[in-house]
Design a protein around this ligand. Structure first.
Ligand SMILES: [Zn+2]
Length: 381
């Protein structure tokens, strides 16, 4: 009995010694490090700006490899001088054709077409927009279709629908205009008849519909612009808008739709693939959602190869110096580089270099196919 007790005690002592010998150097090592951080409080999200120590090959692309069409840009009532300046800047980055989605309708559209296309016929495309001024008068949809036909006669080459459609736009009785509201069927059928595409922005990033908490990927953007939040008390849920949008796409199979911003499925490319599979009339642009592709370079590459006929180059907010991120992401395999708009992505992005044939489709071939009246001679075969 006694000898067994002694044996157990010795084992316990030996094990304790071993544990101390293993742990002691570690304790000794970490002590000075802890001292060095003493007195430092944890940084806030804005204060913490670590500098990457990664050394790897960089390919800064200042000019697109091929001439390209920007399918998603906004220029409200530009002056002749502004347009001259724009063309000079476009030339520096190989931007051959700029699509101004903010043409308005009626007289405003005529003015914008004159200022842009009138002076540089091969460099600009102008899309028309709907006016909702007479939304509550019977026959609204038919009137919009007629106005659109006039706008196309006056030089419009597509219809752009802004994000208020489905979210803020309401009838006088307070009822929200649903994205698939039958009142607008005449408009979408008119687009099919006129052979013009509809570039449509439905909803917002799904995170804007989520609680603004520390798990929200767009916490910084919602902090900077609290008005971008889409709380359930005031807005329909993201999924409701997606359901209405998909119903709209399905009920007008002859109409070509370009869903802006990867249809807000940039964070779920398989879902976007299913949308493409179900609706051959649906396309997307990559405007302002490059960071979604850049954080999943393998998936982005494979997605663009698989759906190379469905994706179009676009930028949204015009700034000549920001296009180079798109070129670098699409044309190189550069790794872990900073994005140009931190509120969209606190993460760094990766290039997902696509083959030239795919690049040409994204840069211009798909847009040439969808938008009537662009001179194809300015682009390579
Ligand atoms: Zn836009």
């Amino acid at each position: 009995m006694k000898s067994r007790h002694t044996r157990i005690s010795l084992t316990v002592i030996a094990m304790t010694l071993c544990a101390l010998l293993i742990a002691w150097p570690r304790v000794a090592r970490t002590q000075p490090e802890q001292d060095a951080t003493k007195g430092q409080k944890a940084p806030t999200i804005n204060e913490y700006q670590p500098k990457s120590t990664l050394v790897t090959k960089e390919h800064k692309v200042e000019r697109a490899k091929f001439p390209f069409i920007d399918i998603h840009s906004h220029h409200w009532n530009p002056t002749a001088q502004e347009v001259d300046q724009l063309v000079k800047e476009m030339d520096t980055i190989n931007l051959q054709v700029m699509v101004n989605l903010s043409g308005g309708t009626g007289e405003e559209l005529k003015k914008t077409v004159a200022a842009m296309k009138g002076r540089y016929p091969s460099r600009f495309v102008v899309f028309s927009n709907m006016s909702y001024d007479d939304l509550d008068k019977p026959g609204f949809g038919k009137r919009v279709a007629e106005r659109l036909e006039h706008d196309v006669k006056n030089g419009a080459q597509g219809l752009k629908i802004f994000k208020d459609f489905g979210m803020e736009l309401k009838y006088a009785n307070g009822e929200r205009v649903h994205v698939d509201d039958p009142e607008f069927d005449a408009v979408f059928e008119k687009c099919a008849g006129l052979k013009i595409p509809v570039l449509i922005h439905v909803a917002e990033p799904s995170t804007f519909f989520e609680p603004w908490d520390y798990h929200n990927e767009r916490w910084e953007e919602l902090k900077e612009f609290p008005g971008r939040a889409r709380p359930p008390a005031k807005y329909p849920p993201f999924e409701t808008l997606m359901t209405e949008r998909n119903h709209l796409f399905a009920k007008h199979p002859r109409t070509n739709f370009i869903a802006a911003h990867l249809g807000f499925h940039g964070n779920d490319l398989e879902r976007l693939g299913r949308l493409f599979d179900a609706n051959p009339n649906v396309y997307v642009d990559i405007a302002a959602v490059l960071a979604e592709l850049g954080r999943q370079p393998y998936s982005a590459h494979d997605f663009l190869v698989k759906y190379q006929d469905r994706v179009l180059m676009g930028k949204d907010i015009y700034e000549v110096n920001e296009y180079k991120w798109y070129f670098r992401a699409l044309e190189t395999r550069d790794e872990y580089f900073e994005y140009y708009r931190k509120r969209h992505a606190f993460w760094r992005i990766y290039g997902f270099q696509v083959p030239d044939e795919v690049l040409k489709k994204v840069y211009y071939k798909n847009a040439l196919k969808l938008v009537p009246g662009i001179d194809a001679k300015a682009f390579p075969e």
